[in-house]
Design a protein around this ligand. Structure first.
Ligand code: NAD
Length: 417
């Protein structure tokens, strides 16, 4: 009998419980953090270009706001469920706490195949979904952002729809918009660039030169392509990249800037070269650094023993199952967790949110400079905690940093029973 795969919520709760044993945290706060504060489910009609009307389900799960307004992406994917949004929302709470940005955690999305949407359908769906959840979001309450299947265009449509209902332009209602309508320059690159910065700091920690490192990246999308290109620019040799169709491999290194990313041309990675590999093969290649940057649950008990990388940097949210995490830790593979590795996205979102409030905008080099500073500072905090706790994983050390910050906020504000 095969058991059901672990859900994102189960994985997040398991990680939380594991790390909670390492820190002195009030059990009531721990209980609070195991549950979302609010969960909204909506159903909405989508009129297809053919004229047919389809009913779709959407969600916005608000996990915790003790450190600031709820913050987190919106995903368009056939796999979106309330359970998945709950796990992803929990990770947002911990990510914002590790990054020390004044936000809580939320996640949402619509259960729909984004590849099956024309541009006009994508716009109609986004405007209808915004109308459905507009009472549950707010500039000081819950600020959505892009995630898988959504992007700057989606966020600009959301901002416009929300503004129409408010009768004024409300730039701060979402982040990840186009820079032409209040988005921050570099937001698109920020999670991938942040993952690359953290990967470089981790290599340094292992006494390895980035110029000598080989890298494989699963998912050549917003996070993966930008991480691969930034690591390539830093001198690493990116030998394999993939998308949902499969991957390409060149032991001498791939020209990452020439291979079209998901946004530039969806599904085009495998057409770049004849030397193709499967996504499963990519995960177990003999490389120094593996960056899973596509979907959750790809490193499992079935393949964790075959991972040859010395360092795994989680570009995606939740790519490593609990069982795989234990196996990799036993095998001395360093796994830099999602809540630290891909926090560059929410950090740049924070800059954008501040700009929306102050009606100002930084040039891109200033955004990148500040992003680097923030990523380095989060990395340093986690290293300090890891040294203090001794013999713990990067994930546990990152959670410990987050839990202590959340516990302080709860004890300062008090929990109102
Ligand atoms: P994206 O839609 O831009 O790209 C996803 C990429 O993964 C595409 O290349 C797609 O072809 C590929 N892919 C999809 N299914 C796959 C599969 N089964 N096997 C291999 N590749 C597959 O998405 P994104 O925004 O880059 O998000 C990727 C991950 O990073 C998600 O887990 C997301 O939650 C996380 N993340 C995104 C952001 C952000 O701001 N975009 C920030 C932090 C974390």
């Amino acid at each position: 009998m095969t058991s059901e795969p672990e859900t994102a919520r189960e994985r997040a709760v398991h990680q939380l419980e594991h790390a909670a044993d390492l820190v002195d945290i009030d059990p009531t706060i721990l209980q609070r953090l195991k549950h979302p504060q609010r969960s909204h489910k909506v159903t909405m009609p989508l009129k297809r270009d053919s004229g047919e009307v389809e009913m779709l389900e959407g969600y916005r799960v608000q996990h915790d706001d003790v450190r600031g307004p709820y913050k987190g992406g919106l995903r368009y994917s056939s796999h979106v469920t309330e359970e998945e949004c709950t796990g992803l929302g929990m990770w947002m709470t911990f990510k914002c706490a590790v990054a020390d940005v004044p936000f809580g955690g939320a996640k949402g999305g619509v259960a729909v195949d984004p590849h099956g949407l024309s541009d006009a359908e994508h716009e109609r769906l986004t405007r209808r979904f915004t109308k459905s959840i507009r009472r549950y979001i707010g500039v000081n309450f819950d600020i959505p952002a892009p995630d898988m299947g959504t992007g700057a265009r989606t966020m600009s449509w959301m901002m416009d729809t929300y503004s129409v209902y408010e009768d004024e332009t409300v730039r701060g209602i979402v982040t990840g918009k186009s820079p032409d309508v209040g988005g921050v320059h570099g937001r698109e690159e920020s999670p991938g660039v942040g993952a690359s910065i953290v990967a470089q700091r981790a290599l340094e920690h292992l006494d390895r030169e980035v110029e000598d490192a080989t890298v494989a990246v699963q998912g050549f999308g917003s996070v993966g392509a930008n991480a691969a290109r930034h690591l390539d620019d830093a001198g690493a040799s990116v030998v394999a990249v993939s998308d949902a169709e499969g991957g390409v491999y060149d032991p001498d290194g791939l020209p990452t800037h020439e291979i079209p990313s998901y946004e530039e041309e969806p599904g085009a990675v495998t057409s770049y070269s004849a030397d193709t590999i499967s996504n499963e093969e990519l995960l177990t290649l003999d490389v120094d650094v593996l960056v899973p940057a596509a979907i959750g649950g790809v490193l499992t008990a079935d393949n964790a023993d075959d991972v040859q990388a010395e360092l795994v940097v989680e570009g995606a949210n939740g790519p490593t199952t609990g069982e795989a995490d234990d196996i990799l830790y036993e095998r001395d593979v360093d796994v830099v967790p999602d809540i630290l590795a891909n926090a560059g996205g929410v950090t740049a979102s924070y800059f954008e949110w501040l700009h929306g409030r102050n009606q100002r905008k930084w040039p891109k080099d200033k955004v990148m400079e500040e992003l680097e500073k923030e990523m380095n500072s989060s990395w340093d905090d986690v290293v300090t905690k890891k040294d203090e706790l001794e013999d713990v994983s990067w994930r546990d050390a990152s959670y410990a940093v987050a839990l202590e910050r959340l516990a302080i906020a709860y004890s300062e504000r008090g929990m109102w029973p």
